[in-house]
Design a protein. Structure first.
Length: 79
């Protein structure tokens, strides 16, 4: 995929089922998004799982939680 100037490539967190920029709208995806359509920004990681447990089983999240990444700011060092 070539991302034109003024656009962004978005990728969902469910690799097998995300309708994201990897696919065109004709393929039921999103395609690349014009930057003017972005209305917010990510500030921090709420929680992060290590992938060792199934996402749809919340009870297992406690053993898969990466605590060092919970509430991690994505803006550290930015002014």
């Amino acid at each position: 995929v070539t991302v034109p100037t003024g656009h962004v490539f978005l990728m969902g967190d469910n690799r097998d089922r995300s309708a994201d920029s990897r696919f065109s709208p004709e393929e039921e995806g999103l395609g690349v998004l014009p930057l003017e359509n972005v209305i917010g920004r990510a500030e921090f990681t709420t929680f992060s799982l290590d992938g060792s447990q199934r996402f749809w089983n919340p009870v297992s999240w406690f053993t898969a939680l990466r605590g060092e990444r919970a509430w991690l700011s994505l803006r550290d060092g930015e002014e």
